[in-house]
Design a protein around this ligand. Structure first.
Ligand SMILES: Cc1ncc(COP(=O)(O)O)c(C=O)c1O
Length: 399
């Protein structure tokens, strides 16, 4: 039997995410992984989840185990709105919130509702790899705008617009970006809102790391400074509670939420109801605030540890970002090095990273890589970076 005959054209064109492939290889070997984007399991509040679960089953078991509405558990929607208003001085209502199975589903639904074949979509270069997978499936025309130390290159974006660029949507991770760790300045956020107004396109703000700030001052989300309400905000509990629970959300104007929930109905009927009830209790009792403080303490030390190791072990000619929060550091190596080509050697040396090319819509910069500092223990961060430094040095010397 020839399987191919049965596949849709879409299925034939599907490609596996490189990061998922890398994770598969690494999980089978004894390798220090600075590659994945996973939280430290030390941050998972297992006892809290266990207590909340028993309480929940006792008090609302039959509701928590039943199907729910597609838009999400009403109390949770209200709580998410309340927390946003508290943190960012917005005036969001529960009706503006759609609960999703993580931020990833939120992005997929946004793609489904707003992007048609050949639609221009602006992303940062580099950008979150999984948005590229979605846009590729939708056959969007991806336009990438270079990312500088303080956010997207404004002149490049303006030039693209002046030359007839006609984006329908733009996608930004403005705070502690995955993969670069870069935060877009307040000035550039205002500029983006202005460009979106003048050129009538939507802004998707993907914001999973906002509350994981270890230094510097808070910069309000784009959503909170957008008077025209053309920003669609995506949030998640993956990094503030546990990714396995799969609770995320979209915040947007009511009409968009209505459309998005229509797109969601055939996908899953509803997000995991048990997880939503747990999430509600986690937010309601403000357990999240104490938990965020703990996570920040742990990750700040890990970030500092990785920055120290980079300073100590990496040869001249290598640059890296110094993120004020989040989970990632971005490295730019001398141009003679192709990090995809070097990847197998790094694995043989017992260390893994993500080659930077996977984070580009167009024209990948092959001399870049993403490192994660949250997942492994501090000794392994040091050892992993030491091995990387040695490998990079041998490449520079050998060139
Ligand atoms: C920028 C960005 N968006 C979305 C996601 C997906 O998050 P979730 O686990 O909530 O689906 C991630 C996860 O790493 C991410 O970094």
């Amino acid at each position: 039997m020839h399987n191919d005959k049965f596949y849709s054209t879409k299925a034939k064109n599907m490609e596996s995410s490189k990061i998922r492939e890398i994770s598969k290889i690494i999980s089978k070997r004894d390798i220090i992984s600075l590659a994945g984007g996973m939280p430290s399991p030390d941050t998972f509040p297992i006892k809290i989840v266990s207590d909340l679960s028993s309480q929940l089953l006792k008090e609302k078991g039959s509701e928590a185990l039943q199907y729910g509405t597609t838009t999400g558990y009403r109390e949770l929607r209200g709580k998410v709105a309340e927390k946003l208003n508290e943190n960012f001085d917005t005036s969001v209502d529960g009706e503006n919130v759609l609960i999703t199975s993580g931020a990833q589903q939120a992005l997929y639904l946004i793609g489904k509702v707003f992007v048609e074949r050949n639609d221009e979509v602006v992303v940062e270069a580099p950008t979150y790899a999984s948005i590229l997978q979605i846009l590729q499936e939708l056959e969007a025309d991806v336009k990438d705008v270079k990312l500088k130390e303080d956010g997207f290159a404004v002149e490049e974006f303006e030039k693209y617009l002046e030359n007839g660029g006609n984006p329908k949507l733009s996608y930004f991770v403005p705070t502690f970006q995955n993969p670069s760790g870069i935060t877009t300045s307040g000035k550039k956020r205002r500029k983006l809102v202005q460009l979106a107004d003048e050129n009538d396109f939507l802004v998707v703000e993907d914001d999973p790391y906002h509350q994981l700030r270890y230094s510097g001052d808070n910069i309000p989300p784009i959503y909170s400074i957008d008077d025209q309400n053309r920003t669609i905000y995506v949030g998640t509990l993956s990094k503030l509670l546990a990714p396995g629970l799969r609770v995320g959300w979209i915040v947007a104007r009511r009409e968009f939420i209505d459309k998005l929930q229509l797109a969601k109905q055939p996908v899953d009927l509803c997000t995991n109801v048990f997880s939503q009830h747990l999430a509600y209790r986690y937010l309601k009792e403000d357990i999240i605030d104490r938990q965020i403080e703990k996570i920040k303490g742990l990750y700040k030390d890990k970030r500092d540890h990785m920055l120290d190791a980079l300073r100590k072990f990496l040869p001249k000619g290598v640059d890296w970002t110094s993120p004020e929060g989040g989970m990632f550091i971005w490295l730019s190596l001398p141009e003679v090095i192709d990090t995809e080509e070097m990847f197998q050697e790094a694995l043989d040396d017992g260390v893994a990273y993500v080659p930077g090319a996977v984070f580009y819509g167009n024209s990948p910069k092959k001399n870049t890589m993403r490192l994660n500092f949250t997942f492994v223990e501090e000794e392994d961060i040091t050892e992993g970076v030491r091995r990387l430094g040695r490998l990079i040095e041998s490449k520079v010397d050998g060139s």
